[in-house]
Design a binder for this molecule. Structure first.
Ligand code: ADP
Length: 402
């Protein structure tokens, strides 16, 4: 049984075809620069296998429909393709960024679901319309196939009001749903499930802190398998220091910037999302460049790393207090999976709460899930690679099972 996973952006479509019995990726690829003069499709069949093959097509791709047609033609190609025709796709999973308060779970796509995703556009004005483009095209091209929306926000809908409410006039929540939602939910849910498996404990009895550190970063407190707090807020700007996003900030800085630098709100928003975070502090947003610069004596790069890891530590400590008992801390995503220095710095000082890293295990490089805490650590610390596409496919399987 094959599932097709689609992550549709404003000018791109990321996709995978996964054979679900063995969870083998049959094809993975990216259509980029949709609507521009120089479109590009890069597809890999059977990635990581001995028969892996890569195809790059460069041509103008007018819209999402043309992009998807290009992908389907390649997937069903008589010589190189991995499926005969659309009937070999049993279900399709779509990543959708914002489900607002409408979706607590992944959901079969119906006209009412599409309407609800549309209703939530004000909460994610850049992402939801692009996700809807992908859904509409897939519904048109695969009218008979079971399709599921998997929301970044759904996992966090279990947060209680004391965690999701901002201390603002209540009317803003009542009338416009201004509250904290959280994101990266599919990743947090996935690594939490894997962590529980490694702990040999049912997920619904596990208390975990999952630390997703990529270009975007977030931490989630998970109690008995459910998200009870997370660091991203109404938008993906709150919380940790990210590649180009500032994370937590005194909101009065907006007024200061307007009054003293004459900036309007759009310019401030652009700055906080695109010019801040690690990039704002030291001019670099790739953690590998930052380490290289630190090795060469760049003190601003060192400061940026300190600001980011100190923030991580504050949140981990706060979530330990929120949870009381913690069975596992999980690091995941580009930085979390690869950067032993960030992991060690983010846990520094938490020894008093029983968190002890095994320095050697922490510094070993591997692509496998692994435990990196010392045998006498009362909290197990793990590195678990996230796999958003597989996570979406498993969600689809759950919905399909009903
Ligand atoms: P995205 O949020 O775009 O999915 P990723 O999860 O791919 O991001 O993470 C991107 C981040 O991972 C970048 O800051 C990059 O520097 C970092 N990264 C990737 N490989 C390494 C590595 N070997 N060591 C440290 N950081 C790494």
């Amino acid at each position: 049984m094959n599932f097709f996973v689609i992550n549709s952006g404003s000018s791109s479509i990321k996709y995978q075809v996964i054979e679900m019995k063995t969870e083998t990726v049959l094809a993975t690829g990216l259509v980029e620069r949709i609507g521009e003069e120089t479109g590009r499709l890069k597809n890999t069949f059977l990635p990581g296998s001995s028969t892996s093959s890569e195809i790059v097509i460069e041509q103008p791709i007018a819209d999402h429909y043309s992009g998807m047609m290009l992908v389907i033609n390649l997937l069903t190609d008589k010589e190189k393709g991995v499926i005969k025709d659309a009937s070999e796709i049993a279900a399709i999973g779509h990543r959708v960024v914002h489900g607002g308060e409408d979706f607590r779970e992944s959901t079969r796509i119906t006209p009412r679901v599409i309407e609800a995703i549309q209703r939530n556009i004000p909460l994610a004005p850049l992402h939801n319309p692009a996700n809807l483009d992908g859904i509409r095209v897939a519904m048109e091209l695969f009218p008979a196939v079971f399709q599921v929306a998997v929301f970044d926000t759904a996992f966090h809908q279990t947060m209680p009001p004391h965690a999701f409410m901002y201390a603002l006039p209540y009317a803003l929540y009542e009338q416009d749903r201004v509250r904290r939602y959280g994101f990266h939910g599919t990743s947090h849910r996935f690594v939490a499930g894997e962590c529980a498996r490694h702990l040999g404990k049912p997920l619904n009895e596990s208390n975990l802190i999952t630390v997703h550190l990529g270009n975007g970063c977030s931490i989630t407190a998970i109690e008995n398998g459910k998200s009870i707090d997370t660091s991203l807020g109404m938008t993906p700007l709150e919380g940790l220091v990210m590649g180009t996003r500032c994370g937590d900030l005194d909101p009065a800085i907006h007024l200061f910037l307007k009054q003293h630098r004459g900036m309007d709100l759009e310019a401030i928003d652009q700055m906080l999302n695109k010019e801040s975070g690690l990039k704002g502090l030291c001019g670099m947003n790739d953690m590998r460049d930052i380490h290289k610069a630190i090795d060469e004596g760049n003190s601003r790069a060192a400061m940026a790393l300190d600001v980011a890891t100190y923030r991580n530590r504050k949140y981990i400590g706060a979530y330990m207090a929120v949870l009381g008992r913690v069975d596992g801390i999980v690091f995941t995503a580009g930085i979390g999976e690869n950067d032993d220095i960030v992991r060690a710095e983010s846990l520094k000082g938490l020894e008093v709460f029983g968190v002890r890293l095994d320095t050697l295990k922490n510094s070993e490089r591997s692509r496998e899930a692994r435990c990196i805490s010392a045998p006498d650590s009362s909290v197990h610390v793990f590195v678990i690679p996230t796999n958003e596409e597989l996570a979406i496919a498993r969600e689809v399987a759950n919905v399909l099972r009903g």
